[in-house]
Design a protein around this ligand. Structure first.
Ligand SMILES: Cc1cc2nc3c(=O)[nH]c(=O)nc-3n(C[C@H](O)[C@H](O)[C@H](O)COP(=O)(O)OP(=O)(O)OC[C@H]3O[C@@H](n4cnc5c(N)ncnc54)[C@H](O)[C@@H]3O)c2cc1C
Length: 417
């Protein structure tokens, strides 16, 4: 028996790597290690399950028989404690295992800031199937008041979920406005106006400093300026942190995630990384970054699988591309929407679309209201930024402009700025 390929983590990145290995003829042993006993899950479905919109099994898009189907030896409830890549070994509480190649696909965990009271059982996070169960229990309790901390893509889904239950919701963030990493100031102001009209309280530039349980059982969220917010549950949606604890002694090049090349190889050629734990090229900024998106996890998992088999299939990098659907509104943010030289703005029936240019190149976009073909625009932005790697005969920039023209045909009006 040959030495197995080991995959650390059973999310979408790990699952895609397994599928790619099998699809491309690898018949050798694959061992997958996880800190749970579940099939590969999709974290973005957490609020859909918690609000009763999808059943439990839908959280697992690769099916409940994934490990059998792809002949994977699944080491459940056996988290990796240490990677000793110089010895080609991983360590868990149950044993030491050799690998030929290793994929790190351990994803990220929801951050709980180190403030007093943050571990209270009614302070919820939104990431894992276990979180989904806790959230569902909270919705079933029909709370009067919920505080959502973190005006992020995840935060807005939680706001929507509790608001639809007629719970009074407050959304708070340290940033001065909503979606600080994805929405322009104009777009953010429009979103905030809409949320306020719906009766959602907004607290920006607000730094949470402690959470205390009161005598009546309610939670008191205390902010740095001394103000309080009383709630039954607090949802902590302040971002995620890559799961890297098992990498010790600087054995791999790590920044916010594991630094990878275009084939998702780490600084050790036999160790790959994919998904929310990997730091690859952000084509918007030109610097490596962790871009925690499902599409990235899937494409990177596939690139890593091909790389392990010695096949060239680079993942050149990507743009931050946030799409969220809430209260029947589509918000899309691509690239950098805060720093630009030029803006083109379109409006139609209260909807907004903005294109942002830097040095003549399209570097960011926001839409609010109606989903445009944002995937097409992102792909064109990628081609444009990959320069000479663009397929011959295409011009990403021209195709983007055509997209803009199509908007005018569809009744969008350019706003004079
Ligand atoms: C509410 C929500 C909404 C989202 N919405 C979107 C969206 O609209 N669009 C989008 O593109 N993305 C969205 N995302 C992000 C997307 O879900 C993630 O980027 C993607 O699922 C990451 O996949 P992954 O395989 O890298 O990590 P994960 O899914 O986190 O999987 C990693 C697995 O590894 C396990 N693990 C961790 N440590 C260890 C260890 N030491 N040993 C073994 N196993 C370990 C973890 O428990 C986990 O099961 C959303 C996420 C959330 C939470």
């Amino acid at each position: 028996m040959s030495t197995p390929i080991i995959i650390i983590g059973n999310g979408c990145a790990g699952a895609e790597c397994v599928i790619t290995l099998r699809k491309h003829g690898y018949n050798g042993p694959i061992q997958m290690f996880a800190d749970n006993a579940l099939p590969p899950a999709n974290p973005m479905l957490t609020t859909y399950y918690a609000s009763g919109r999808i059943p439990w099994k839908t959280l697992f898009p690769y099916g409940t028989k994934f490990y059998e189907r792809y002949n994977v030896e699944f080491h459940y409830n056996e988290p990796v404690e240490e990677l000793r890549n110089t010895e080609h070994k991983i360590h868990t509480a149950k044993g030491i295992y050799d690998y030929s190649k290793c994929l790190i696909a351990s994803g990220a965990s929801a951050v709980r800031p180190p403030i007093p009271g943050c571990e209270h059982q009614r302070v919820l996070t939104v990431r894992t199937p276990e979180d989904a169960k806790m959230l569902m229990a909270a919705t079933t309790a029909r709370p009067e008041r919920v505080l959502v901390v973190g005006a992020s893509m995840v935060g807005i889904k939680v706001v929507e979920m509790f608001h639809n239950l007629k719970t009074h919701v407050t959304l708070a963030d340290l940033a001065p406005g909503i979606f600080p990493l994805a929405a322009s100031q104009v777009c953010a102001a429009k979103i905030e106006e809409d949320l306020t009209k719906r009766g959602i309280d907004l607290l920006f530039s607000a730094q949470l400093s402690a959470i205390e349980e009161r005598e009546d059982g309610k939670l008191d969220a205390i902010f740095a300026d001394g103000t309080h917010n009383t709630c039954d549950y607090l949802a902590m949606c302040v971002g995620v942190r890559a799961n890297l604890g098992f990498i010790r002694n600087h054995s791999l090049a790590v920044n916010r995630g594991i630094l990878t090349d275009e084939q998702m190889r780490s600084s050790d050629p036999d160790v790959f990384a994919a998904g929310d734990v990997a730091q690859s090229m952000n084509l918007s900024s030109g610097h490596p970054a962790v871009i925690g998106l499902l599409a990235n996890a899937r494409e990177q998992g596939e690139a890593a699988g091909l790389g392990m088999l010695g096949k060239q299939a680079p993942f050149p990098g990507s743009f931050p591309h946030n799409i969220t659907h809430y209260f029947d509104i589509d918000f899309v943010g691509i690239g950098d929407t805060r720093q630009f030289d030029e803006e083109k703005r379109y409006e139609k029936d209260g909807q907004l679309c903005q294109f942002f240019y830097t040095k003549g190149r399209l570097t960011g976009m926001n839409t609010l209201g109606k989903m445009l073909q944002s995937g097409v625009i992102k792909n064109q932005m990628m081609k444009q930024n990959l320069g000479n790697k663009m397929p011959e005969g295409t011009s990403g920039y021209q195709e983007i402009l055509m997209q803009e023209c199509a908007m005018e045909e569809a009744g969008w009006k350019e706003v004079t700025l």
